[in-house]
Design a protein around this ligand. Structure first.
Ligand code: FES
Length: 174
C-alpha cells in the first residue's frame, strides 16, 4: 500500500517533477539571455595558455596561432594577447585593460573578460559590459591563413578612435 512518503512514481509526483525540470530549464535560459548569451553558447572550457606557432610579417610583428577548434579563450602572456573564438568568429584583444592597463582575466563562470583592478567586465567580442566605465577592449588586426590566425601586434584598434577598423578586426572561423 502506498503512503505519502513512497509516492515517487505516482502520476502526481511525476507531473511535479516534470514541471520542476521544465521551470529549471526556463530559468537557466532566462539567466543566459540576461547575461547576453544564447542557450548552449557558454564556453566549454576554462581559459588556456597559448604560445604562437611562429612570428611573421615584415618587422616580425605578426604572431601566428592555430585556430581553436571550439569556442574558447586563450591567453598569450608573452605577447599580451587574448585570443577568443566565439560563435564562429575569432578576435584578438590586448591583454591590457583599456582603462589603466591592468592585465585582464577570463571569468569562465560568467563568460566575461574581467579587470581585477576596477571590476570592468567585457563580453567575449570585446564590448564593454559592466563595471568601471571605459571603452571596449582594444582589438588587434587579425586574418586567417589556412588553419592559422595571424595577429598583427603593430596594428591595434580602439573602438572610440577608429570604430570602423575596430568593428572590422574579426575573422570568420566557421
Ligand atoms: S584598470 Fe581596468 S577598469 Fe580600471
Amino acid at each position: 500500500m502506498s503512503t505519502a512518503n513512497d509516492c515517487g512514481a505516482c502520476p502526481v509526483a511525476e507531473m511535479g517533477r516534470r514541471a520542476f525540470l521544465r521551470n529549471a530549464a526556463l530559468a537557466a535560459a532566462a539567466t543566459m539571455a540576461a547575461i547576453g548569451l544564447a542557450p548552449g553558447s557558454a564556453f566549454a572550457e576554462a581559459v588556456r595558455a597559448v604560445t604562437p606557432l611562429s612570428a611573421a610579417g615584415a618587422g616580425g610583428t605578426d604572431r601566428v596561432y592555430r585556430i581553436p577548434s571550439a569556442d574558447s579563450v586563450s591567453i598569450d602572456r608573452g605577447n599580451d594577447v587574448i585570443l577568443v573564438r566565439w560563435q564562429g568568429v575569432a578576435y584578438a584583444f590586448s591583454l591590457k585593460c583599456p582603462h589603466r592597463g591592468t592585465r585582464l582575466e577570463w571569468h569562465a563562470d560568467e563568460s566575461r573578460v574581467f579587470c581585477p583592478k576596477h571590476k570592468a567586465r567585457f563580453r567575449p567580442d570585446g564590448a564593454h559590459d559592466s563595471g568601471r566605465r571605459t571603452r571596449n577592449l582594444d582589438r588587434y588586426a587579425i586574418r586567417r591563413e589556412g588553419a592559422t590566425l595571424v595577429v598583427a601586434l603593430d596594428r591595434v584598434y580602439r573602438a572610440d578612435a577608429d570604430a570602423a577598423a575596430w568593428t572590422g578586426a574579426t575573422v570568420s572561423v566557421d
